[in-house]
Design a binder for this molecule. Structure first.
Ligand SMILES: [Zn+2]
Length: 384
């Protein structure tokens, strides 16, 4: 049975989320922000980049997707007078929005490199991970961590600047990691989202060879230590807010959708990848919440949305069956990975946690109009 944070709407089924006095880790971490000295934080940021400059031209690596947050990150670094090298590990199925926003980011005034791994092999890994761990975005979740580290070692740039700290923003993982000024190899690997599937396991997939997996692996410990690699989060040094990040990014040419994005309650994120809808639906089936909840909880913490209104929005938008995403149907998206609609529905059923959803007397899931199962714990019961 799901229970919820008494302040936002994060459920106790969220992986690695910790609770104290009925309040979730993300809310506790957010409270700490009022104690931050942002003026001092900015100075620490500047000193840190200056002290760790090894490459004569570049001050840091900024991993970018072209989304609102990475557009803001690059702008912020340039505003502070530093020269970033932007590195992209492209998403699994890049959309027209994704490509347009990457091209826009490239116009901000910085060097940019994009590393694309073998597409045929990657699609095989997507397919394998979908069946093996219920995560079609597995290659992406790994490559966004490993490729910037490869680039850091290659170009001898010791600082990788990430955006928001997931341990703080989403309460994911060890509470103590939310306060890290640096993160080390342990943290890199622990939050590399492997879901129990290892890179070495990929060799069992037909058509995948060791030579295909260079970018799926981190450089050697020796190379990382020799460089003195430091991963830092921008939200340790500057206030972080998805809404203001969007405003700034839009003023710089970032494009948003004209309509709400399926499975969430915004038009400004999850725009770059056709498989977002599939990933977020599986998350809902496994844990009883999805992307709309993440966005709503962020807004609740910032007093931009009431808990009561969020409940109404989530019942309508969270965990929607991804029959189509942006301009493509589910069948079109799946066909790229050689997954049939029948296989998709069977995998969804396999990964559904039946304890979280309403069932009729014969044990069949009760469903909403779009085919997604109804949560057993109605958010509305929170008030009783
Ligand atoms: Zn909370």
């Amino acid at each position: 049975m799901i229970s919820y944070c008494s302040r936002c709407l994060y459920p106790n089924t969220k992986p690695d989320l910790w609770f104290q006095d009925g309040v979730c880790g993300a809310c506790h971490s957010f409270d700490q922000r009022s104690k931050y000295d942002w003026t001092a934080g900015r100075q620490v940021f500047r000193d840190l980049l200056r002290a760790n400059k090894k490459n004569p031209r570049y001050d840091c690596i900024v991993p970018v997707s072209g989304g609102k947050d990475s557009t803001y990150q690059v702008w912020r670094v340039l505003q502070e007078g530093f020269n970033p090298l932007c590195v992209t590990a492209p998403t699994d199925q890049l959309t027209a929005f994704g490509r347009a926003n990457i091209e826009n980011l490239k116009s901000l005034g910085c060097d940019y490199i994009e590393i694309s791994v073998n597409r045929e092999v990657r699609a095989k890994i997507n397919r394998h991970a979908f069946f093996a761990v219920g995560d079609i975005q597995w290659p992406e979740h790994l490559l966004i961590y490993t490729i910037p580290v490869r680039a850091a070692v290659q170009f001898q740039i010791p600082v990788i600047l990430w955006g928001e700290c997931p341990q703080r923003e989403y309460g994911a993982g060890r509470p103590e990691d939310a306060y890290l000024k640096y993160f080390d190899r342990r943290v890199l690997e622990e939050y590399g989202s492997l879901n129990g599937l290892r890179v070495s396991d990929l060799l069992a997939i037909e058509g995948v060879a060791d030579r295909d997996l260079y970018f799926y692996e981190y450089p050697s410990v020796e190379d990382i230590d020799l460089l003195g690699l430091k991963g830092i989060y921008l939200d340790n040094y500057f206030p972080w807010n998805g809404i203001s990040n969007t405003v700034i990014s839009q003023s710089l040419g970032f494009r948003v959708s004209e309509t709400n994005i399926l499975g969430t309650i915004s038009n400004y994120e999850n725009l770059d990848n056709y498989v977002h809808g599939i990933h977020d639906y599986l998350k809902y089936l496994k844990f009883g919440f999805s992307r709309a909840t993440d966005v709503a909880c962020n807004l609740i913490r910032r007093n931009l949305l009431s808990r009561e209104d969020a409940i109404v929005l989530l019942e309508r938008h969270d965990g929607r069956y991804p029959a189509a995403y942006l301009d493509r149907t589910l069948a079109e998206i799946l066909s790229y990975f050689e997954i049939s609609m029948q296989e998709f529905d069977a995998v969804c059923d396999d990964y559904t946690n039946y304890d979280l959803f309403l069932q009729d007397q014969s044990g069949q899931l009760m469903r909403r109009k779009d085919g997604s199962p109804k949560l057993a714990a109605s958010y509305l019961n929170l008030h009783s």
